[in-house]
Each structure stands twice: as structure tokens, then as C-alpha cells.
Ligand binder design. Structure first.
Ligand SMILES: *Cc1c(COP(=O)(O)O)cnc(C)c1O
Length: 367
């Protein structure tokens, strides 16, 4: 049935394909009448939230009737200190998704273009199209970003380039010299967004923290999140680092109280909890190795990943395999919506969860 209001909405929205999140565990268990389900579908931290963050949330409960600090004063200051920038360089978001949306609303619109890569994060096309801008999609190379192909798409209408490093859902990454070279070739009137949602997990020497280039490139925006390694996805808090003039514009479209008080307090506490990050990274390194070993043994190709997930080529329709795994209580993520119908993305879980996922995958592939 066609939507009666389709003709009334703005053209970008009419053609928009919404982001489809993984099903919550509770809903799936109800639907399939199963229990003891594990979720390895949304790149969440299997260790859970840091204890430090849980503790400070309790202290906020008596103030729930009050609006949160709209400027995020304490959190912004702490983040500025961590990154050695001025607080005026920070823009807080209701998740980094919110920041990506603000970037779209600030710099994109009808007649303007955004460049991103094939297989890049699904939110980039959404924030581009929602404001009526045009997406220019660069062909990937070995599932990773091809920076030369991206540069070739630059024209007078280009306003924003989105790069996820590492990328989701492929886990691929760009080395320091390549990314720095790219930044120096992009005209300075184009905003380059480097999305570092998974930076804490990366163990490569040549992997760059792009925030080191903020003073060299005033058109650079670096986005970060507390949803992944920091284990606070439910609270929705992320941020970006940029030149203060860019942050000033982003903050004009930011909703006044976009980051709630529980999220601000928890993020502030989590920021100091280096041990939680260390344990999360350790678990992840072991988990990635476990999956790689299993895939090799099973004769499956996978995309080498530096994130907290790994995407494997099943050589057949992955959605069917995913469905069969669901009935056995293992939730993973088929990525057909990214143009990868034979690939399955698996989030690294706890050792027991990884073992169970691999066992279930073997079982389903054999049946
Ligand atoms: C998960 C993810 C994010 C983070 O989203 P939040 O809104 O901060 O939860 C951002 N970028 C990429 C590439 C991601 O995979």
C-alpha cells in the first residue's frame, strides 16, 4: 500500500530507506519462544558498561525532574582535556549518530553532494538524503575505502566526505600516511568527517588517531562514541572534535538538551576507566583470533578486521543462515543492505559466546 502522505514529504525523505536495527533480544525470544539467546549483532561491548559509570548514574536519579546541562560543561571540558583541544572544539551528540546528522543539516542540502564509500556505514546515506543532498558513492577496493576513487568524485558541489576508520561493516582501516595524504589533497572548503567509532579497539602501528591533524586541517571533523568500547550504547552519547568555527555552526542546529544527564555523568566516569577499555580490548583481540582460526578451518573467507566484529563470506545467502542461527538463539548481522548478501557480520562476544556462535554456524552450514 502506498503511503498517503508520500507526496507531501520532502523529496529526500520520500526515497529514504530507514536504518533497520537488529531485533532486541527480548522480542526475538518472545517471537521464537526461546531463551538463553546471545546477541552478537550490534557491536556492543560484551563486558557491559564500566562499573564506574553505573555507580554515578544512581547519583543522578534525584535530579531527573531537571533538564540536563545543555552545554555539557563538565563532559566537554574533560573531553577537551583528553584530546588536548579547547572545549570550543567539542560538539556533544545523542550518540555520534546525532553528530553525523548535525553535520548533514549544517553543511548539506539540495544541490550539494556528500561522498562516501561503497560498504560504508549506513548512517551516511541517511543523513545525506534526509536533507535532500546527493550521495556520491565511491567504489571500494578489497572492501575498504579507495581514497583515490573518493577524490575523483570531488566537484564544486561537494560539501562533505564521510570516512569511517575503521569502517563498519567491513572492519577495514586506513593507514596514517594514506589518510594524511588524502586530507592534504581535499580542497579546504570541503568538510572531511573521520568517524572513529572503533578507535579504542585498533591495534595497528600505522593506524592514525585523526584528531592529531585538527590543527593542520580546519575542515576536519573527528567523531567518537561511548557506544562501542566504552559500553554505553543505551545511553546514547557521542561527540565530535573540530575547529571551533565548525563546532559553532554544529551547535546552532544541535537540540538544546540532546545529551541527557545520566549519559553525561556516565560518560564522564567512563572516560577515566582505562581498565575497562584495556579489558575490552584484550577480550576483543582473543575473540578475533578465535574467529579467524575457526573460519580458516572451515574454509571460509573473511575480511580482516581491526574492529570489535568480523565479517565473513559464507559463499551463500547469509540471511538464510542468519535465520537458522536465530532459531538456535544466536543473533548475528546479515549485511545484504550493504550490498553484501553472502556476508555475515559477527560482533566479538565473550569467549563462551564466541565458541557457541562458531559451533552454531558450523551446525547450520552443515545442515
Ligand atoms: C556504531 C557506529 C557509530 C556509533 O553510533 P552511536 O550513535 O554513537 O551509537 C558510528 N559510526 C560507526 C561507523 C559505527 O559503526
Amino acid at each position: 500500500m502506498t503511503n498517503r502522505f508520500l507526496d507531501l514529504c520532502v523529496p529526500g525523505v520520500a526515497n529514504l530507506k530507514p536504518y533497520i536495527p537488529g531485533k532486541p533480544v527480548s522480542e526475538l525470544e518472545r517471537e521464537l519462544a526461546i531463551s538463553d539467546t546471545i546477541k552478537l549483532a550490534s557491536n556492543e561491548n560484551p563486558l557491559g558498561p564500566p562499573r564506574s559509570a553505573k555507580a554515578v548514574i544512581h547519583g543522578q536519579l534525584d535530579d531527573l525532574a531537571l533538564y540536563p546541562d545543555g552545554s555539557g560543561f563538565a563532559l566537554s571540558r574533560a573531553l577537551a582535556e583528553k584530546h588536548n583541544v579547547l572545549p570550543a572544539c567539542i560538539t556533544l551528540g545523542n550518540g555520534s549518530n546525532d553528530v553525523l546528522d548535525m553535520i548533514g543539516r549544517t553543511f548539506l542540502g539540495p544541490g550539494k553532494e556528500a561522498i562516501f564509500s561503497e560498504y560504508a556505514f549506513a548512517v551516511y546515506p541517511i543523513v545525506t538524503q534526509a536533507v535532500g543532498a546527493t550521495a556520491q558513492v565511491a567504489r571500494a577496493r578489497d572492501y575498504g575505502h579507495d581514497l583515490e576513487a573518493m577524490l575523483e568524485l570531488v566537484n564544486d558541489s561537494t560539501r562533505v566526505i564521510f570516512i569511517a576508520n575503521p569502517n563498519n561493516p567491513t572492519g577495514t582501516w586506513l593507514a596514517k600516511n594514506n589518510l594524511q595524504g588524502f586530507l592534504s589533497e581535499v580542497p579546504r572548503n570541503i568538510i572531511v568527517v573521520i568517524d572513529e567509532a572503533y578507535i579504542e579497539y585498533v591495534q595497528e602501528d600505522q593506524y592514525p588517531d585523526a584528531s592529531q591533524w585538527l590543527s593542520d586541517f580546519d575542515n576536519l571533523i573527528v567523531t567518537r562514541t561511548f557506544s562501542k568500547a566504552y559500553g554505553l550504547a543505551a545511553l546514547r552519547v557521542g561527540y565530535c572534535l573540530s575547529h571551533p568555527d565548525v563546532a559553532n555552526l554544529l551547535n546552532r542546529v544541535r537540540q538544546p538538551f540532546n545529551v541527557n544527564s545520566l549519559a553525561q555523568a556516565a560518560a564522564l566516569a567512563a572516560l577515566d576507566d582505562e581498565q575497562h577499555i584495556r579489558m575490552s580490548v584484550e577480550n576483543n583481540v582473543q575473540g578475533l583470533t578465535l574467529y579467524e582460526t575457526a573460519f580458516r578451518e572451515m574454509g571460509l573467507d573473511w575480511i580482516p578486521s581491526v574492529g570489535n566484529f568480523i565479517t565473513v563470506n559464507l559463499g551463500r545467502n547469509a540471511s538464510e543462515i542468519d535465520r537458522a542461527m536465530l532459531t538456535r538463539g544466536v543473533i548475528t548481522r546479515p549485511v545484504a543492505n550493504y550490498g553484501m548478501p553472502d556476508h555475515l557480520r559477527i560482533t566479538v562476544g565473550l569467549p563462551k559466546e564466541n565458541e557457541r556462535c562458531i559451533g552454531t554456524l558450523k551446525e547450520v552450514l552443515a545442515s
